[in-house]
Write a protein that binds this ligand. Structure first.
Ligand SMILES: [Cu+2]
Length: 152
């Protein structure tokens, strides 16, 4: 057997292993809002079994949902939308105030502590295939930790 052919055959075996990422979601929560507040944040811990990326989030309670990152802008920490959050295999990535987080915009109603909020996460695997994952986040009291100004 030709050596190059063998290498190609082995590569084929490796790539035909399931590339589907299993993602564990822990402690999803959403910050409560005050009346007329139209924006809030959602947070959670994510652990993927194989390299993956969180590319989108949707929720029936919000007109728009964005994934945000924090960035320095003229010495002020601001948030701005990002295309996704990398989920390296086996490593727990925390979406939390002051770091990557999910932003719920155009809220349809105020969110009270004790409410639950459905979130649909779209995760892209190494093979570019996307799958959705539904989680239920609990609403926690309004806090001040990590509150920051939006870049827009
Ligand atoms: Cu934000």
């Amino acid at each position: 057997m030709n050596k190059n052919y063998l290498v190609a055959a082995l590569a084929l075996i490796v790539f035909s292993l399931p590339a589907r990422a299993e993602v564990r979601v822990e402690e999803p929560w959403v910050r409560a809002t005050v009346p007329h507040q139209k924006v809030t944040g959602a947070f959670m811990r994510l652990t993927a079994s194989t390299d993956a990326k969180l590319v989108a989030v949707n929720s029936p309670v919000a007109g728009t949902v964005e994934i945000h990152e924090m960035a320095m802008d003229k010495e002020v920490m601001k948030m701005r939308p990002t295309a996704g959050v990398a989920l390296p295999a086996g490593r727990t990535v925390e979406l939390k105030p002051g770091a990557h987080h999910v932003m719920l915009l155009d809220l349809r109603k105020p969110l009270q502590p004790g409410d639950t909020v459905p979130l649909v996460l779209t995760v892209e695997g190494r093979d570019g295939k996307r799958e959705t994952l539904e989680v239920t986040a609990s609403v926690r009291p309004l806090g001040t930790i990590g509150d920051a100004v939006h870049a827009r």
